[in-house]
Design a protein around this ligand. Structure first.
Ligand code: HEM
Length: 193
């Protein structure tokens, strides 16, 4: 059963279904902080809001794309100039990283959050160094009452796998990540049986 997915300015809805079906095969899944996800073998990425778990689903994570919250105009220009699309044939590796941030993060004001995310943690500045190797899509889940606040999705080619590890290492060591209270890191490869 699917609900109508928001489209246009409101964003696009996505459901990530962990189970036995889907184009992406899970190579590893680990809890970085907080509880893990039940062990699944594949992830099906569905471009709609799945209302109830499909048969065989072990977990479903849902989110919507949205407007940017923190990006400045100059940053956006750099991002737009460098960011590649999802679905590149050579980008056979993916990372699905759902993240929840603590109540103390959400108690901050917008300008305080920007200060931590970029001025002190350089999330965007660091991230830009990994473009165009890494393609990404950010989904918001917090306002949907989901277990995570964000579902992040990344695609990269096997030759850039080590660079991706370096990137997540930088971010996890940042001040911003002190506010992450649940994070699961799911890695996948496309298509393989
Ligand atoms: C590939 C390089 C990356 C770039 C260029 C990048 C860029 C960005 C940008 C521009 C935003 C702010 C969006 C906004 O204004 O609302 C953002 C948010 C976010 N990114 Fe990244 N990022 C990268 C990698 C990562 C990685 C590897 C992770 C997870 C391990 C991650 C997790 C997040 C999360 C959770 C948010 C939402 C933060 C919040 O709104 O509190 N990013 N990213």
């Amino acid at each position: 059963v699917t609900l109508q997915s928001p489209s246009g300015p409101a964003g696009r809805a996505f459901s990530f279904v962990g189970g036995t079906d889907g184009t992406w095969r899970i190579t590893r899944s680990s809890a970085v902080i907080g509880a893990a996800l039940p062990e699944a073998s594949r992830v099906d990425v569905i471009e709609s809001m799945v209302a109830s778990p499909p048969p065989g689903a072990l977990w479903v994570l849902r989110g919507v794309t949205s407007n940017e919250r923190y990006v400045t105009r100059p940053e956006r220009q750099l991002l737009v100039a460098r960011q590649p699309p999802l679905g590149r044939p050579e980008a056979a590796c993916a990372a699905l990283i759902p993240i929840r941030k603590s109540a103390s993060w959400w108690d901050l004001t917008q300008d305080e959050r920007r200060e931590i995310l970029e001025t002190r943690s350089e999330h965007i500045k660091i991230g830009l160094r990994y473009l165009p190797a890494v393609a990404r899509r950010l989904h918001h889940s917090r306002d949907l009452g989901e277990p995570f606040d964000f579902i992040t999705w990344f695609e990269y080619s096997p030759e850039h796998a080590m660079r991706f590890e370096e990137l997540v290492g930088h971010l996890r060591a940042s001040e911003e990540w002190k506010y992450v209270d649940r994070e699961v890191d799911v890695r996948l490869v496309r298509g393989a049986l």
